[in-house]
Design a protein around this ligand. Sequence first.
Ligand SMILES: C[S@@+](CC[C@H](N)C(=O)[O-])C[C@H]1O[C@@H](n2cnc3c(N)ncnc32)[C@H](O)[C@@H]1O
Length: 254
Amino acid sequence: MAREKGGNVERGEQGRREAGPFRCRPVTKKGEPVRELYRRIAARYDLLAHLYYLVGFRGRAYRKMAVRDLNLVRGDTVIDIGCGTGLCFSYLQQRVGPEGRIIGVDLSGDMLEKAGERVQKSGWSNVELVERDAAEFDFPGGVAGVVSVFSLRSIDRYEELMRKAALAITPGGRFVVLDLKLPDRSRSWVKRLFLTFAKPFGVGMELAGFRPWEPGQVYFEDTRITPLYFGFAYIFSGRAPTRPERSSRPDCGR
Ligand SMILES: C[S@@+](CC[C@H](N)C(=O)[O-])C[C@H]1O[C@@H](n2cnc3c(N)ncnc32)[C@H](O)[C@@H]1O
Protein backbone atom coordinates (compact mmCIF):
# COMPACT_ATOMS: atom_id res chain seq x y z
CA MET A 1 0.00 0.00 0.00
CA ALA A 2 2.76 2.44 0.87
CA ARG A 3 3.48 4.68 -2.08
CA GLU A 4 4.83 7.63 -0.20
CA LYS A 5 6.82 10.04 -2.30
CA GLY A 6 7.11 12.92 0.14
CA GLY A 7 7.29 16.54 -0.91
CA ASN A 8 4.99 19.49 -1.06
CA VAL A 9 3.06 21.67 -3.41
CA GLU A 10 5.41 24.16 -4.93
CA ARG A 11 5.00 27.42 -6.77
CA GLY A 12 5.48 27.21 -10.52
CA GLU A 13 7.05 29.75 -12.84
CA GLN A 14 4.11 32.12 -12.91
CA GLY A 15 3.37 31.77 -9.23
CA ARG A 16 0.84 29.04 -9.91
CA ARG A 17 0.93 25.92 -7.82
CA GLU A 18 2.60 22.94 -9.45
CA ALA A 19 1.99 19.30 -8.68
CA GLY A 20 4.00 17.48 -5.97
CA PRO A 21 5.25 14.81 -5.86
CA PHE A 22 2.75 14.41 -3.05
CA ARG A 23 2.44 12.06 -0.19
CA CYS A 24 0.25 9.37 -1.64
CA ARG A 25 -0.04 6.96 1.24
CA PRO A 26 -3.65 6.21 2.05
CA VAL A 27 -4.60 5.64 5.64
CA THR A 28 -5.85 2.16 6.25
CA LYS A 29 -5.68 -0.01 9.31
CA LYS A 30 -2.63 -2.20 9.12
CA GLY A 31 -3.49 -5.78 8.34
CA GLU A 32 -7.21 -5.31 7.83
CA PRO A 33 -8.46 -4.49 4.35
CA VAL A 34 -10.98 -1.66 4.22
CA ARG A 35 -13.71 -3.96 2.90
CA GLU A 36 -13.29 -6.33 5.85
CA LEU A 37 -13.28 -3.49 8.34
CA TYR A 38 -16.62 -2.17 7.04
CA ARG A 39 -18.11 -5.63 6.71
CA ARG A 40 -17.43 -6.03 10.41
CA ILE A 41 -18.95 -2.70 11.50
CA ALA A 42 -21.62 -1.96 8.85
CA ALA A 43 -24.56 -3.03 11.02
CA ARG A 44 -23.57 -0.72 13.90
CA TYR A 45 -21.85 2.03 11.89
CA ASP A 46 -24.53 4.70 12.39
CA LEU A 47 -24.66 4.07 16.12
CA LEU A 48 -20.86 4.19 16.39
CA ALA A 49 -20.73 7.41 14.36
CA HIS A 50 -23.29 9.10 16.61
CA LEU A 51 -21.55 7.94 19.81
CA TYR A 52 -18.78 10.45 19.06
CA TYR A 53 -21.15 13.18 20.19
CA LEU A 54 -20.28 12.05 23.71
CA VAL A 55 -16.78 13.45 23.19
CA GLY A 56 -18.03 16.61 21.52
CA PHE A 57 -17.47 15.47 17.92
CA ARG A 58 -20.41 17.04 16.07
CA GLY A 59 -20.52 14.68 13.09
CA ARG A 60 -23.96 15.77 11.91
CA ALA A 61 -23.10 19.46 12.01
CA TYR A 62 -19.80 18.81 10.21
CA ARG A 63 -21.55 16.80 7.48
CA LYS A 64 -24.06 19.62 7.03
CA MET A 65 -21.23 22.15 6.73
CA ALA A 66 -19.47 19.99 4.13
CA VAL A 67 -22.65 19.67 2.07
CA ARG A 68 -23.28 23.42 2.36
CA ASP A 69 -19.77 24.05 0.95
CA LEU A 70 -20.76 22.20 -2.24
CA ASN A 71 -22.98 25.17 -3.17
CA LEU A 72 -25.49 22.84 -4.81
CA VAL A 73 -28.80 23.98 -6.24
CA ARG A 74 -31.98 22.10 -7.02
CA GLY A 75 -31.67 19.69 -9.91
CA ASP A 76 -27.91 19.22 -9.50
CA THR A 77 -26.08 15.90 -9.76
CA VAL A 78 -23.76 15.17 -6.85
CA ILE A 79 -21.39 12.27 -6.17
CA ASP A 80 -20.92 11.06 -2.59
CA ILE A 81 -17.57 9.22 -2.56
CA GLY A 82 -17.34 6.55 0.15
CA CYS A 83 -20.99 7.22 0.97
CA GLY A 84 -21.12 4.34 3.47
CA THR A 85 -24.60 3.97 4.97
CA GLY A 86 -25.67 7.27 3.42
CA LEU A 87 -25.37 9.59 6.44
CA CYS A 88 -25.02 12.57 4.06
CA PHE A 89 -27.92 11.72 1.82
CA SER A 90 -30.60 13.69 3.65
CA TYR A 91 -28.46 16.86 3.59
CA LEU A 92 -27.75 16.35 -0.11
CA GLN A 93 -31.46 15.78 -0.77
CA GLN A 94 -32.29 19.08 0.92
CA ARG A 95 -30.03 20.81 -1.61
CA VAL A 96 -30.71 19.02 -4.90
CA GLY A 97 -34.37 18.12 -4.33
CA PRO A 98 -36.18 15.23 -5.99
CA GLU A 99 -35.30 16.60 -9.43
CA GLY A 100 -31.59 16.27 -8.61
CA ARG A 101 -29.48 13.14 -8.63
CA ILE A 102 -27.30 11.63 -5.91
CA ILE A 103 -24.76 8.94 -6.77
CA GLY A 104 -23.24 7.14 -3.79
CA VAL A 105 -20.02 5.23 -4.49
CA ASP A 106 -18.56 2.79 -2.00
CA LEU A 107 -16.21 -0.17 -1.92
CA SER A 108 -18.20 -1.99 0.72
CA GLY A 109 -21.30 -3.89 -0.34
CA ASP A 110 -22.26 -4.21 3.34
CA MET A 111 -22.23 -0.43 3.86
CA LEU A 112 -24.17 0.05 0.62
CA GLU A 113 -26.80 -2.43 1.77
CA LYS A 114 -27.45 -0.17 4.76
CA ALA A 115 -27.48 2.85 2.43
CA GLY A 116 -30.05 1.05 0.27
CA GLU A 117 -32.27 0.49 3.32
CA ARG A 118 -32.06 4.21 4.14
CA VAL A 119 -32.97 5.16 0.56
CA GLN A 120 -35.93 2.81 0.52
CA LYS A 121 -37.19 3.90 3.94
CA SER A 122 -37.01 7.55 2.94
CA GLY A 123 -38.71 6.95 -0.40
CA TRP A 124 -35.95 8.62 -2.41
CA SER A 125 -36.07 7.70 -6.09
CA ASN A 126 -33.11 9.85 -7.20
CA VAL A 127 -30.30 7.95 -5.47
CA GLU A 128 -28.02 5.49 -7.28
CA LEU A 129 -25.59 3.30 -5.39
CA VAL A 130 -22.43 2.06 -7.04
CA GLU A 131 -20.23 -0.63 -5.47
CA ARG A 132 -16.73 0.24 -6.65
CA ASP A 133 -13.30 1.39 -5.62
CA ALA A 134 -13.76 5.15 -5.92
CA ALA A 135 -10.42 5.51 -7.74
CA GLU A 136 -11.85 3.38 -10.54
CA PHE A 137 -15.17 5.16 -10.71
CA ASP A 138 -16.00 6.65 -14.10
CA PHE A 139 -17.60 10.00 -13.42
CA PRO A 140 -20.68 10.72 -15.51
CA GLY A 141 -21.09 14.03 -17.29
CA GLY A 142 -22.77 17.05 -15.74
CA VAL A 143 -21.56 16.57 -12.16
CA ALA A 144 -22.12 19.72 -10.10
CA GLY A 145 -20.24 18.56 -7.00
CA VAL A 146 -18.28 15.74 -5.39
CA VAL A 147 -18.11 15.16 -1.65
CA SER A 148 -16.07 12.69 0.38
CA VAL A 149 -16.87 12.43 4.07
CA PHE A 150 -14.53 10.48 6.36
CA SER A 151 -13.57 8.25 3.45
CA LEU A 152 -10.79 9.84 1.41
CA ARG A 153 -8.09 8.78 3.87
CA SER A 154 -8.78 5.11 3.21
CA ILE A 155 -8.94 5.36 -0.55
CA ASP A 156 -5.73 3.93 -1.93
CA ARG A 157 -5.47 6.17 -5.01
CA TYR A 158 -7.17 9.24 -3.60
CA GLU A 159 -4.91 11.65 -5.44
CA GLU A 160 -5.91 10.09 -8.76
CA LEU A 161 -9.52 10.33 -7.68
CA MET A 162 -9.10 14.06 -6.98
CA ARG A 163 -7.55 14.63 -10.38
CA LYS A 164 -10.41 12.80 -12.09
CA ALA A 165 -12.98 14.70 -10.06
CA ALA A 166 -11.43 18.04 -11.08
CA LEU A 167 -11.91 17.07 -14.72
CA ALA A 168 -15.42 15.70 -14.22
CA ILE A 169 -17.00 18.48 -12.18
CA THR A 170 -18.53 21.18 -14.33
CA PRO A 171 -16.43 24.39 -14.14
CA GLY A 172 -17.37 26.29 -11.02
CA GLY A 173 -18.73 23.20 -9.23
CA ARG A 174 -17.06 22.19 -5.98
CA PHE A 175 -15.10 19.27 -4.52
CA VAL A 176 -15.40 18.93 -0.74
CA VAL A 177 -13.61 16.65 1.71
CA LEU A 178 -14.50 16.26 5.37
CA ASP A 179 -11.98 14.08 7.15
CA LEU A 180 -9.73 13.61 10.15
CA LYS A 181 -6.16 14.84 10.58
CA LEU A 182 -3.51 15.13 13.25
CA PRO A 183 -2.81 18.75 14.16
CA ASP A 184 0.90 19.62 13.93
CA ARG A 185 1.03 21.41 17.26
CA SER A 186 -0.94 19.07 19.47
CA ARG A 187 0.74 17.21 22.35
CA SER A 188 1.55 13.59 21.61
CA TRP A 189 -0.64 12.23 24.44
CA VAL A 190 -3.60 14.19 23.05
CA LYS A 191 -2.96 12.69 19.61
CA ARG A 192 -2.76 9.21 21.10
CA LEU A 193 -6.03 9.75 22.96
CA PHE A 194 -7.69 10.93 19.74
CA LEU A 195 -6.38 7.90 17.85
CA THR A 196 -7.77 5.61 20.55
CA PHE A 197 -11.23 7.06 19.93
CA ALA A 198 -10.83 6.81 16.14
CA LYS A 199 -9.53 3.22 16.22
CA PRO A 200 -12.85 1.53 15.37
CA PHE A 201 -12.63 3.23 11.97
CA GLY A 202 -9.16 1.91 11.26
CA VAL A 203 -7.41 5.21 11.93
CA GLY A 204 -3.78 5.11 13.08
CA MET A 205 -0.63 7.23 13.20
CA GLU A 206 -0.53 7.07 9.37
CA LEU A 207 -3.00 9.93 9.50
CA ALA A 208 -0.02 12.25 10.08
CA GLY A 209 1.12 11.74 6.46
CA PHE A 210 -2.30 12.24 4.93
CA ARG A 211 -2.42 15.71 3.36
CA PRO A 212 -4.97 15.66 0.52
CA TRP A 213 -5.20 19.46 0.53
CA GLU A 214 -1.79 19.49 -1.17
CA PRO A 215 -2.97 17.88 -4.43
CA GLY A 216 -6.29 19.62 -3.78
CA GLN A 217 -4.61 23.01 -4.01
CA VAL A 218 -3.23 22.05 -7.42
CA TYR A 219 -6.30 20.48 -8.97
CA PHE A 220 -8.83 23.00 -7.66
CA GLU A 221 -9.17 26.76 -7.45
CA ASP A 222 -10.47 28.99 -4.67
CA THR A 223 -9.50 26.38 -2.07
CA ARG A 224 -10.37 26.67 1.63
CA ILE A 225 -9.47 24.58 4.65
CA THR A 226 -11.70 24.89 7.72
CA PRO A 227 -10.26 23.25 10.84
CA LEU A 228 -12.78 21.49 13.09
CA TYR A 229 -12.67 19.74 16.45
CA PHE A 230 -9.48 21.36 17.78
CA GLY A 231 -7.73 20.70 14.45
CA PHE A 232 -8.41 16.94 14.48
CA ALA A 233 -10.84 17.28 11.58
CA TYR A 234 -11.16 19.65 8.65
CA ILE A 235 -13.20 20.52 5.64
CA PHE A 236 -11.28 21.07 2.42
CA SER A 237 -13.18 22.69 -0.38
CA GLY A 238 -12.14 23.72 -3.87
CA ARG A 239 -13.73 24.87 -7.09
CA ALA A 240 -13.36 22.88 -10.31
CA PRO A 241 -11.02 24.70 -12.66
CA THR A 242 -12.25 26.73 -15.55
CA ARG A 243 -8.92 26.09 -17.28
CA PRO A 244 -8.73 22.31 -17.90
CA GLU A 245 -4.93 22.26 -18.15
CA ARG A 246 -4.71 22.98 -14.41
CA SER A 247 -6.07 19.57 -13.55
CA SER A 248 -3.80 17.59 -15.83
CA ARG A 249 -0.66 17.82 -13.72
CA PRO A 250 1.53 14.74 -13.23
CA ASP A 251 0.46 12.58 -10.31
CA CYS A 252 2.21 10.40 -7.77
CA GLY A 253 4.58 8.51 -9.96
CA ARG A 254 1.83 6.65 -11.77
C1 LIG B 1 -15.93 6.16 7.78
S1 LIG B 1 -16.94 5.61 6.48
C2 LIG B 1 -17.75 7.10 6.01
C3 LIG B 1 -19.12 6.85 5.46
C4 LIG B 1 -19.93 8.10 5.16
N1 LIG B 1 -19.32 8.94 4.17
C5 LIG B 1 -20.26 8.90 6.39
O1 LIG B 1 -20.28 10.12 6.32
O2 LIG B 1 -20.55 8.31 7.42
C6 LIG B 1 -15.78 5.36 5.14
C7 LIG B 1 -16.41 4.72 3.92
O3 LIG B 1 -15.47 4.81 2.83
C8 LIG B 1 -15.56 3.61 2.10
N2 LIG B 1 -14.32 3.40 1.32
C9 LIG B 1 -13.09 3.16 1.78
N3 LIG B 1 -12.22 2.99 0.77
C10 LIG B 1 -12.95 3.14 -0.37
C11 LIG B 1 -12.62 3.10 -1.76
N4 LIG B 1 -11.39 2.85 -2.18
N5 LIG B 1 -13.61 3.30 -2.64
C12 LIG B 1 -14.86 3.56 -2.25
N6 LIG B 1 -15.23 3.61 -0.94
C13 LIG B 1 -14.28 3.41 -0.01
C14 LIG B 1 -15.76 2.53 3.16
O4 LIG B 1 -16.28 1.34 2.61
C15 LIG B 1 -16.73 3.25 4.09
O5 LIG B 1 -18.06 3.01 3.77
